[in-house]
Design a protein around this ligand. Structure first.
Ligand SMILES: *Cc1c(COP(=O)(O)O)cnc(C)c1O
Length: 476
């Protein structure tokens, strides 16, 4: 028998407030040091991971919170600082505080949002956010949505629904149309929902790396002749490599004419719909049968927040509601959606609150302004980098990604990216386009300001010059 007090699991009074105050202090410290924290810190990881003070089994007797936060801070600051204003790699996310506050509150409330009857109020708030999103994209009243942990899971549910709607249970001869710029989460989702890899059909892209409508038409025709059943077109609204938007109106026309499902991967680009420029560039997105968005990218929320919208919400529910279970007989049907019927999960956290609270606390205009600022910063980076004759720059940017190469060749570009990253004020990533090494910066962090992008541009140009003529660089 343990002598420990089980009541300690539910602190109250001064003990409760002391714990909250300690966390508050630590969180404030993390936020306030963010502008000067390194954008990446990959040194000393082996030592850290072999430190027995860090990696030990939970003790029988608890330890003070301060000690534990110290461990968290040591481990939590290693690797890529994805919350930093200098993080410009892949597709950044940043994590607004209001969402963390929402998480704390909803985890303490700990209500069950899998079925509407158990938490009607919280489910209604989540449904309201989803309805607001559907209106943002001019989707009809029939639309249903789901807050997922990210675009990958949203894409899985979208493809399961497309498969269900267009192919039924025997779907192995179905085909899905993508390009070589499509995010790999699509092929992964297709495999997870049972499609053979041969179901993925690559459509050619044009010079700007957008899906070619004529190529799509030809691919569909060829597949029909071969006895396949064309099922779904996947359009990207913001590709990961260069941030371009596929020609949504043309692709929607083809999908409609051919009776195919139009899935739009707007994981990266979707929330730019809040801005005037974004709305123009995403024209046609309102014709999607399914649409995925990553609020942990474009709404600056913490990781673990994606959204799915499906035009015919009933199809989403039919494709996901499992067989009847006796132990669920106490569940009363309500007007509100029971999210467990719309996705793979039964028990789930109150994900809606981490969207609802930031949107209501700051107001939509604040997010709109932040996204406009990111578009401006990408335009600025594009202008400055393309003014350098040593650089070749993709663009002008449709969204907030600027991809570039040094004209002198892949080794030089690779060296420049490495040298800029080594200064630790920013962190960029790279990709391959036309089988050439390509550096890229993506501006999508609410903390990223003009000053940081001025530095980035200066650092890229400086390291390009010194890599090309090392001696000159040393003399400067
Ligand atoms: C990030 C991203 C995904 C995958 O989303 P996760 O949230 O990481 O699951 C899919 N498509 C695009 C275009 C993305 O940028």
């Amino acid at each position: 028998m343990s002598t420990a007090d089980p009541r300690a699991l539910d602190p109250t009074g001064p003990a409760l407030r002391a714990l909250l105050a300690e966390v508050t202090e630590y969180v404030a410290h993390v936020i306030e040091r963010m502008p000067t924290a390194p954008a990446s810190d990959t040194g000393g990881v082996a030592e850290l991971l072999s430190d027995p003070a860090v990696r030990r089994p939970p003790p029988d007797r608890g330890r003070p919170l301060a000690e534990l936060l110290e461990v968290v801070d040591r481990v939590g600051t290693k690797g890529l600082n994805t919350a930093s204003p200098g993080y410009l790699a892949f597709i950044p996310g940043s994590g607004v505080l209001a969402a963390a506050l929402a998480d704390l509150v909803s985890d303490v409330l700990n209500r069950y949002t899998g079925v509407a009857f158990a938490a009607p109020g919280l489910v209604a708030l989540e449904a309201d956010v989803l309805a607001w999103l559907a209106r943002l994209f001019a989707l009809p009243e029939t639309t249903a949505g789901l807050v997922t942990t990210g675009a990958s899971l949203a894409t899985l549910s979208a493809l399961i629904t497309a498969r269900w709607a267009k192919l039924g249970e025997d779907f192995l001869d179905g085909t899905i149309y993508v390009t070589d710029q499509t995010h790999r989460s699509v092929a992964k989702a297709a495999r997870l929902c049972g499609f053979p890899d041969r179901a993925i059909h690559g459509v050619p892209v044009d010079a700007d790396l957008r899906m070619e409508p004529a190529g799509l038409r030809a691919a569909i025709a060829a597949d029909r002749v071969a006895g396949k059943r064309p099922c779904c077109v996947v359009a990207s609204a913001g590709t990961i490599n260069t941030g371009v938007v596929d020609p949504l109106p043309e692709l929607a026309d083809i999908a409609a004419a051919e009776g195919l499902w139009l899935h739009v991967d707007a994981a990266y680009g979707g929330f730019f719909q809040l801005t005037e420029r974004g709305r123009q560039r995403l024209r046609g997105i309102e014709r999607a049968d399914s649409l995925v968005l990553d609020a942990h990218k474009g709404l600056f929320l913490p990781f673990g927040t994606g959204c799915l919208l499906v035009r015919e919400g009933d199809l989403l529910r039919e494709a996901h509601s499992g067989p009847h279970a006796e132990y669920l007989q106490d569940i009363v049907a309500t007007e509100l959606p029971s999210f467990a019927d719309y996705g793979p999960e039964l028990t789930r956290d109150t994900r809606g609150l981490r969207l609802w609270l930031p949107l209501h606390l700051h107001g939509v205009d604040t997010f709109r302004a932040a996204l406009d600022e990111k578009l401006d910063l990408a335009e600025y980076a594009y202008r400055e980098l393309s003014a350098d004759p040593a650089l070749e720059v993709f663009g002008p940017p449709e969204l907030s990604t600027v991809a570039f190469r040094c004209r002198a060749g892949d080794e030089v570009t690779m060296e420049v990216v490495a040298r800029v990253n080594a200064e630790q004020r920013v962190f960029m990533s790279s990709t391959r386009v036309d089988d050439r090494y390509t550096g890229r910066i993506c501006v999508l962090n609410h903390r990223t300001t003009r000053e940081r992008i001025e530095y980035t541009v200066e650092a890229i140009r400086r390291h390009t010059a010194t890599t090309l003529s090392p001696l000159e660089g040393e003399l400067e």
